[in-house]
Write a new protein. Sequence first.
Length: 393
Amino acid sequence: MVDFNFYAPTEVVFGKKSEDKVAEMVKKYGGTKVLLHYGGQSAIRSGLLDKVKKNLEAAGIPYVALGGVVPNPHLSLVHEGIELCKKEGVDFCLAVGGGSVIDSLKGIAMGYYYDGDVWEIYATGKPIEKALPVGCILTIPAAGSEMSSDSVVTNEDGLLKKGYGSNHLRCKFAIMNPERTYTLPAWQTACGATDIMMHTMERYFSIEDDMDVTDRIAEAILVSVKEAAPAALANPTDYHARAQIMWAGSLAHNDLTGCGTIGDWATHHLEHELSGMFDVSHGAGLAAVWGSWARYTRSQNIGRFARFAKNVMGVNTDGMSAEEAAEAGIQAMEAFYHSIGMPTSIHELLGKEITDEQIAEMADKASNYGKKTLGALKVLERQDMVNIFTLAK
């Protein structure tokens, strides 16, 4: 077990009609003029955005609105948001949407005080000293950005996707009403469940084996999502299933499941290159790559993969060797992905073959042209990344 600090300062307001408390929460955390950030038309069609505006207006809180966030959020909109906040004297940032909206908002919040292009922060990882306070009303459980320190954006110039983390970017509050997820398309629900599980699995597949409390929390989250996702797909208005997924998404990425372990994160970084190049859904890209990563690295801690097979995937491992159990667990995970409509290869993801040249380009970007490694369970050099992408073809 490694030493750890656990810091999760976000106040969670969870349950039916919780969005009614948005003005109260903005005032609690010092907001006097708000940037209201959202995505496309769904927040408008659902009536949620109008409801939030009326709630702020009734409380005498002025706001400016900026929509247009897309999946794999664009740096150009972050730049636009920074300029808008400076022009309008905004002192609080509020996201209405899923992880892409929250990530874009965080980019705006940290770029507000930065003397330069905010992309420099993403590209270099330099620490920031402050950011505008942020809060969110979550509508898509997936990324966990509502309780994490992270933000991921895509620079359209070169299709570069980069992530950045700082405790200054943690939401002051996160409002979560599972009813607001009833209208999510099945694809988005499945992608979200996959991302939630992967946030847990990136921490679970560790070289550390002696933090049993954390492991059991991680396994419980994985099993809960594995059970709730099919239920939500079968009945989109199943409040119980939607609530399990929504709360699991926050617990999966507020660092609770990483206490005492060493996270890997290679699958996420490899997928960032896939979605950067092909603009695919993040969760689907993770599912397409994970099995190949797992087979490539499992020998580094075969017992961990065997435990996953038994405790998470429910495989009867009696009489199996550790290697057999590990493979059975990977196959069971892939079968689960297929059961909820997720791909397990890049060809399945894209509907076409990926070229060796495209694989080489993704490995170049992921490794910073051979200058950076990925992962911790098995440290991946550039050629390892090529090998995993090739296995995933």
